[in-house]
Design a protein around this ligand. Structure first.
Ligand SMILES: Nc1ncnc2c1ncn2[C@@H]1O[C@H](COP(=O)(O)OP(=O)(O)OP(=O)(O)O)[C@@H](O)[C@H]1O
Length: 320
């Protein structure tokens, strides 16, 4: 087991054949995963596809049914205790002590991590400044706003300067401004050499990742940089603008030139597998009596998501 901090380009997470079964349900199904130092690796996938289960196995919190895991040179689950001192883990529930003040939450964590009192005080002062919480030090954590709780949870997760930070939907409970600020903080950490694995349902967040893994029903169905994944789309994306996108979607169902389609807002996005897909889709809609304009459009990550999972991405608050 290595105790050194990983060097640039060095592998931080390596998983092979990772599986987790809960009774008859296979939540994670023979997953291979490689994450290198200072990557911001985004984990995407529909609800229930196995993201949290995978993250919990990588942290050593959940025992795999099958497979090998090596994180920061630690073999999991054997070296799970040693690994816990070198990683940070944060979930959407934030895991704060609501009846302790902001300062007391961090002091408690400093004790857990065995920081000497003087070093703990300096580190806590630094983190309270960095995450705009200095004026909240004496406030009960339970009375903080969602964005403030999120910043306190991040401060707690990085208190011991972990080499790897695993974040499970850390932004699902906060507003768009707090989400952007939170991601700026994540990039600061990555620039300083921290490796990040973060699960999200937000495509704007996924676009900011250096690499993405998309899970579907426990399997890794896509892996690459956002640019690579968009360049590798199997068809051409089309934007269908019409008054009844659902009706248009039904009319196009089953056509051989339609590889995938999803309603995004008031539009229908169609992935066409034919060179003359735009004309064919327009003609088909016209024959079905649907008034629509069909345009070629730039590929985006939503198209990638739909093409590999056959479902539109759903942000947590809009999930069924
Ligand atoms: N302890 C458990 N016991 C039984 N089933 C479980 C347990 N934990 C997770 N599951 C099941 O495993 C599957 C994967 O769950 P997981 O939480 O990993 O998905 P997810 O991708 O993180 O979902 P979401 O995006 O909704 O958070 C789900 O069907 C879930 O119900």
């Amino acid at each position: 087991m290595s105790t050194e901090a990983p060097r640039a380009g060095e592998q931080v997470i390596r998983a092979r054949g990772l599986s987790k079964r809960f009774g008859a349900l296979t939540a994670v199904d023979h997953l291979d995963l490689d994450v290198r130092r200072a990557e911001v690796f985004g984990f995407l996938g529909p609800n229930g596809c196995g993201k949290s289960t995978t993250i919990r196995m990588l942290c050593g919190l959940l025992r795999p049914s099958e497979g090998e895991i090596e994180v920061l040179g630690c073999h999991i689950p054997q070296d799970a205790e040693a690994l816990k001192r070198r990683i940070g883990y944060m979930t959407q529930k934030f895991s704060l002590y609501e009846d302790l003040t902001v300062g007391e939450n961090l002091e408690f964590l400093a004790t857990v991590h065995g920081l000497a009192p003087r070093a703990a005080k300096a580190r806590i002062d630094e983190l309270l400044e960095r995450y705009w919480l200095a004026d909240r030090r004496k406030q009960m954590a339970g009375t903080l706003s969602g964005g403030q709780k999120q910043r306190l949870a991040l401060a707690g997760a990085v208190l011991h300067k972990p080499a790897l930070l695993l974040l499970d939907e850390p932004t699902s409970a906060v507003d768009p401004q707090s989400r952007r600020e939170f991601w700026d903080s994540l990039f600061e950490l990555a620039e300083a050499g921290t490796t990040l694995l973060v699960s999200t349902h937000y495509m704007d967040e996924a676009e900011r990742c250096t690499r993405l893994g998309i899970l579907d029903a426990g399997r890794l169905v896509a892996d690459g940089s956002p640019q690579e994944l968009m360049a590798g789309l199997p068809g051409r994306p089309l934007l269908v603008d019409c008054a009844q996108p659902r009706q248009a979607q039904r009319a196009l169902e089953g056509l051989p030139e339609v590889l995938a389609q999803a309603q995004i807002g008031a539009h229908l996005r169609v992935l066409s597998g034919a060179a003359d897909g735009r004309q064919r889709v327009a003609a088909h809609l016209q024959r079905a009596g649907i008034v629509a304009t069909v345009e070629d459009t730039e590929a985006n990550l939503e198209d990638v998501f739909v093409s590999v999972t056959r479902r539109p991405a759903t942000a947590p608050e809009t999930a069924p």
